[in-house]
Write a protein that binds this ligand. Structure first.
Ligand SMILES: [Zn+2]
Length: 366
């Protein structure tokens, strides 16, 4: 599986801790308590519930789906790891607190020494980024993986914004392309309420990466240049509700995966589509979000395509409960099993290969 011995002219990938072997006793669910940003209340100045990741895990523990022993602890992405997608000049700019204040939209950060900003804000984000990269490898091995954090889809290799300081989706895909034999194509299904202009800028013109993006057309970032990278673009209007939304998600997810069968699906499962979200501007119910996640997992799993989910945006206090409920529903539906489904191969299949997931229990719609 490893390409580290590759001598066919390609540059040998650097040594990384993020591709360590994970025991089979662990679920492919990646998390670390460091994800949660707490810093003298400053995090409360952002509309983001900066503790949502810990709350998701708390609810999953309450339902006895996960424990500290059966989750994969995320590791912080190193400078060398980050350079797989980021320019050195971008990473050096993060050494200026004022730059980080702009990217994270927490203005008071500009007055703090950068060592504090690094430790209390960027380190959590680097750990979530490491988590997404780790989950990419796990998804290939197990058929699915979930990073409880990550999904910083506004950040590209040389520019951050919209709370996103590291391009974790780009990084996870580049790591897979560089290091895992048989992974040379990816489909990003971005269902956060905002356009995912970060990964779109990174993969503009790269035919290996198929991007489907469903977002509110009227809100941030409205990045026209990045939109050129989207192969399936679904622009929604203010207040879009469940019926229309789910119909479009199902139609285009099926269509995207029929159009190109990728070696991995990266699912950016932002929950800021939730009704009442002050930034997303859509009107999707909690049940709608749960049904949406089920549609995407079902489409990937039915085809035997590994799927990596990241949780991305979602700014309300009740968001964590909905994410946890959705993960529990995926489990109940048999879409995320502790071990690969019977007959499922855990290594990548050739493009166009037969689905190896049993379809007998698969519903065709939700
Ligand atoms: Zn968003």
């Amino acid at each position: 599986m490893s390409k580290e011995q590759d001598t066919e002219g390609g540059k040998r990938p650097h040594d990384t801790e993020l591709y360590v072997d994970v025991p089979r006793t662990c679920l492919p669910i990646v998390y670390h308590p460091i994800y949660n940003i707490t810093f003298m209340g400053i995090e409360k100045l952002h509309p983001f519930d900066a503790g949502k990741w810990g709350k998701v895990v708390h609810f999953l523990k309450e339902e006895q789906f996960v424990s500290d022993d059966n989750m994969v602890p995320a590791l912080e992405a190193s400078e060398e790891d980050l350079q797989v997608a980021h320019t050195k000049s971008y990473l050096s700019r993060l050494k200026w607190s004022v730059i980080v204040a702009g990217i994270t939209e927490i203005p008071p950060l500009m007055f703090l020494p950068n060592c504090l900003v690094q430790r209390r804000v960027l380190r959590p984000l680097r750990t979530q980024t490491g988590g997404t990269i780790m989950a990419g490898k796990l998804a290939i091995e197990r058929g699915w993986a979930i990073n409880i954090g990550g999904g910083f889809h506004h950040c590209s290799g040389d520019k951050g914004g919209g709370f996103c300081a590291y391009a974790d989706i780009t990084l996870a895909i580049k790591f897979l392309f560089d290091r895992v034999e048989g992974v040379s194509t990816a489909t990003i299904i971005d269902l956060d309420a905002h356009q995912g202009n970060g990964h779109e800028r990174d993969f503009l013109g790269d035919r290996r990466v198929f991007i489907m993006d469903v977002y509110n057309r009227h809100i941030y970032p409205g990045d026209g240049q990045a939109k050129r990278a989207i192969r399936r673009k679904v622009e929604l209007d203010w207040g879009t509700e469940d019926a229309e939304y789910l119909q479009k998600v199902e139609l285009h997810t099926e269509g995207a995966l029929n159009e190109m069968r990728p070696d991995i699906v990266v699912y950016n499962a932002g929950t800021d589509v939730l009704d009442g979200d002050p930034l997303g501007g859509l009107a999707i119910s909690p049940q709608g979000i749960i049904a949406r996640d089920e549609i995407v997992f079902r489409a990937a799993r039915r085809r035997g395509i590994p799927i990596l989910m990241v949780t991305s945006g979602g700014y309300q206090k009740k968001t964590a409960r909905i994410i946890a409920d959705s993960i529990l529903n995926l489990h109940r539906q048999g879409l995320i099993a502790p071990e690969p489904l019977e007959g499922e191969v855990s290594s990548p299949q050739p493009i166009g290969g037969q689905s190896s997931v049993s379809v007998s229990s698969v519903r065709t719609s939700v």
